[in-house]
Write a protein that binds this ligand. Structure first.
Ligand code: GLY
Length: 572
């Protein structure tokens, strides 16, 4: 009898392994133990670009197996939750923007929300001082996760079923994949935090340190995903997984309860749409500031002959910096979850208003954030990850998801295997107190139970003559909208190749702090001139990891993965 059970178990393993390497939609031909990062790919039938080669391969395989761009986006996100635990997630949230082959543009909001027991001053001590260690690194820092609800809200637009789309991710979690050098380094960088914040040591802890080529197996995560496969959305928001999340909350000061989880809903929203130099731009509305900021910044430069200034010329960089400063001043004052706060969107994207904002622009000297305040209107973040997908039928999808900090709050839900977000820090926990990206806010983004915290994520699609021209997005916290702003201007105004538009150095200004962040390789002579004009410059490593698909004149899909990470492009 014993012999029979053993034989049966071995057969099951063989069958399962086979399922991973052949037969499962989205997994054929994918070798999780040997793969390469690919920065450029092109084809007429489909393209996927994401933060990890295995996730992009899963997406392209789904397209080849009859899935459309939404199917591929769902499967790629699930794969990222396994192979890119920095930001790919089940325990976080995100936004999807899509332009469908029938001409419809949609957006889905699966941003985390404040739990029902949250309150405005929950991160202030008795003296009224903000305690960011609780909004960033404790069970209390987590908003109610939205990703799984978002995947199910995307499903009506897909061709395949969730059990097929989740299978490659389950296999990657169950049988493992090998770490890249960057992943090994990133995991080694959080070992002490993992030990500090987790009562049960998660699989991400390795006493001897991780090396490139080590295999990471995540059985708990595979089991969580199987519950989603078997029970749908309830497999996460109710039953065993919900119980494990609530138990994890109780290990610390967390407040997410079973009601919060059961009641979480993704929301279909009208995308934020506007025109720029003849292109239609489709981006994310509140609770992301991304679409509105992008709208403000592009409109503030639209009447300027940017192309004649030249890419990364002093004139262009200074103008764009001042535009970024003004948009972010408005973000701090006016932007938050529009379901809870009356965000004056129409007024702050009004072209006369934006012209007025630029009235005090001086091309000869630096603006000053003490002087340049939010506009007066009458009457009224390695830490995030983006993927772009396009299929042969003309469906284009841009998805950005996040845990907020890299690996979220560094807490892995015990026996469930996934990191929790620390998205509560994206609320304004006290007026004027900066969040982990240095951004400030006030009433518009204060904590209210059920409210979604303001985001900067900017999944964006540009249409030319009604057909997709560009699918773009990036991680990077508050640098997200400015990176997308610059990527669009680089292509539309400066005529850069897609690869150059993505990879050449970027800069960022967010009003406060009043510093101009630039990438380490930014041209020094431009920096010298900017310093002479009065700018304070801060070198900040890299800015963004922008993953773009550009649709060429003959409808070939050109997928470009940012050199700043392991981002990888696939096309066929
Ligand atoms: N957590 C970064 C963002 O949503 O903007």
């Amino acid at each position: 009898m014993k012999k029979f059970y053993w034989f049966f178990a071995v057969c099951l393993v063989i069958i399962s392994c086979k399922t991973f390497t052949a037969g499962t939609p989205g997994s054929e031909g994918i070798d999780p133990y040997s793969f390469k990062v690919q920065k450029e790919a092109s084809g007429y039938n489909g393209a996927v670009v994401s933060a990890h080669p295995l996730a992009s391969k899963v997406g392209i395989q789904v397209l080849k197996n009859g899935g459309n761009a939404i199917d591929a986006a769902i499967a790629t996100q699930l794969a990222l939750a396994v192979v890119f635990p920095n930001a790919g997630n089940l325990g976080g949230g995100g936004f999807l923007v899509a332009h469908l082959k029938n001409g419809q543009s949609i957006s889905i909001d699966y941003r985390e929300k404040a739990p029902e027991n949250a309150h405005r001053d929950m991160y202030l001590d008795e003296a009224g001082e903000a305690q960011t260690q609780f909004s960033q690194y404790s069970q209390l820092s987590s908003g109610v996760p939205g990703t799984v609800a978002g995947l199910f809200a995307s499903l009506p637009y897909a061709n395949l079923s969730m059990d097929k789309l989740i299978e490659p991710a389950i296999a990657l979690a169950e049988y493992g994949f090998v770490l890249t050098e960057r992943e090994a380094r990133n995991l080694n960088g959080i070992q002490s935090d993992l030990e500090k914040y987790n009562s049960v040591l998660p699989v991400f802890v390795k006493k001897t340190g991780w090396n490139k080529g080590d295999t990471l197996i995540q059985k708990d995560l595979a089991n969580t995903m199987k519950r989603i496969r078997d029970h749908g959305q309830k497999g996460f928001y109710e039953g065993e997984t919900a119980g494990l999340i609530v138990a994890e909350m109780k290990k610390g000061n967390g407040i997410i309860n079973k009601n919060d989880l059961k009641n979480y809903q993704a929301k279909n929203r009208e995308p934020h749409v506007f025109d720029y130099r003849g292109y239609q731009v489709i981006s994310m509305p509140m609770p992301s500031s991304g679409g509105v900021l992008l709208n403000q910044m592009l409109k503030m430069v639209e009447d300027k002959p940017l192309a004649s200034y030249g890419f990364n010329s002093l004139k262009a960089v200074q103008l764009m910096t001042e535009v970024e400063r003004r948009a972010f001043a408005d973000r701090a004052e006016y932007m938050g979850d529009a379901d809870y706060y009356n965000v004056p969107v129409k007024k702050i994207v009004n072209e006369d208003y934006l012209k007025d904002r630029m009235k005090d622009f001086d091309p000869a000297k630096a603006g000053n954030s003490k002087v340049i305040q939010p506009g007066v209107i009458r009457g009224e973040s390695e830490e995030t990850t983006h993927l772009s997908v396009m299929d042969k039928e003309g469906n284009a999808v841009a998805v950005t998801t996040t845990l907020n900090g890299s690996f979220g709050n560094r807490i892995v839900v015990g026996n469930a295997g996934f990191f929790l977000n620390n998205e509560m820090d994206d609320f304004s926990i006290k007026p004027g107190v900066p969040n982990m990206f240095g951004a400030v806010g006030g009433e518009a983004n204060s904590i209210i139970p059920g409210k979604r915290m303001l985001s900067s994520m900017t999944p964006t699609i540009l249409l030319k003559n009604g057909y997709p021209f560009l699918v773009a997005g990036t991680p990077g916290g508050t640098t997200i909208p400015t990176s997308i702003f610059q990527t669009i201007v680089n292509i539309v105004d400066f005529g850069l190749s897609t690869a150059d538009a993505v990879n050449l150095p970027k800069f960022h200004h967010q009003w406060l702090p009043d510093v101009l962040q630039v990438e380490d390789n930014f041209p020094p002579h431009i920096l010298d001139s900017l310093v002479n004009m009065g700018y304070t410059i801060r070198k900040s490593g890299t800015i963004g990891r922008t993953d773009v698909i550009k649709i060429l004149a003959d409808k070939r899909l050109e997928a470009i993965a940012d050199n700043r990470g392991d981002d990888s492009a696939e096309a066929y």
